[in-house]
Design a protein around this ligand. Structure first.
Ligand code: SAM
Length: 198
């Protein structure tokens, strides 16, 4: 399978997750702070394949995605264009915006010009020995972007911005990013969301 097969919002695991992922009760939604009718505006500063952003948009959030890899940003942009032609999901895609930028430099400025409620970070996990546990699409993505060795600087940039809530996705057993203790955590089977409230 090629990487762009994984960036298809209209079918496969993403379509399944949109329909059966647990709606606002799923851990990602709770971490972002989706309550009742509230639809926070989110910056997904590590857009990658746009999967988490798509789920948040399907739950009603407006999501501004930032991606620094030119290859990944191009793949994502192409998938968004294709998905606009699908009448089922076109309204979801309308809530997604993509900018090809390095978020560490861009976040501060973005939060001054846009009203952002939440910054979401999902930097590439540190390489693990048990690679069978790492999903195929993440292994392919890693071959393109490598390790996000500067993830700690990205967290600090997010915490220095005007945004009041920062969420970091981590493997359940990982230490806090940059040893920065969160306000609280939301856990799912293999994943932990560290939530920083300012
Ligand atoms: C683990 S992937 C994110 C997966 C994404 N959450 C999804 O659901 O598809 C991490 C992505 O963040 C990007 N990234 C890491 N640091 C970044 C930064 N400072 N600015 C913009 N993109 C960044 C990487 O290039 C990579 O594509």
């Amino acid at each position: 399978m090629k990487l762009n097969d994984y960036v298809d919002f209209t079918k496969g695991s993403l379509d399944y997750r949109r329909r059966n992922g647990g709606g606002r009760k799923q851990a990602l939604a709770k971490a972002i702070g989706l309550k009742k009718a509230a639809n926070p505006t989110v910056v997904d500063a590590t857009a990658g394949l746009g999967r988490d952003a798509f789920i948040l948009a399907s739950l009603g959030c407006k999501v501004h995605m930032l991606e620094r890899s030119p290859v990944v940003a191009a793949l994502l942009s192409e998938s968004l264009e294709r998905a606009k032609n699908n009448t089922d999901i076109a309204p979801i895609i309308e809530r997604l915006k993509l900018t090809h930028e390095d978020a560490t430099n861009y976040l501060y400025k973005l939060c001054l010009i846009e009203n952002i409620d939440v910054i979401y970070l999902d930097p590439m996990y540190p390489h693990r020995q048990k690679s069978a546990l790492v999903k195929q699409e993440m292994r392919l993505l890693r071959t393109i972007v490598g390790e996000d060795v500067d993830a700690a600087a990205l967290l600090e940039a997010a915490l220095e911005s005007r945004c009041k809530r920062v969420v970091v996705k981590r493997p359940k057993v990982a230490t806090n990013l940059n040893d920065h203790k969160p306000s609280f955590c939301i856990e799912s089977k293999n994943t932990r969301y560290d939530v920083y409230l300012k």
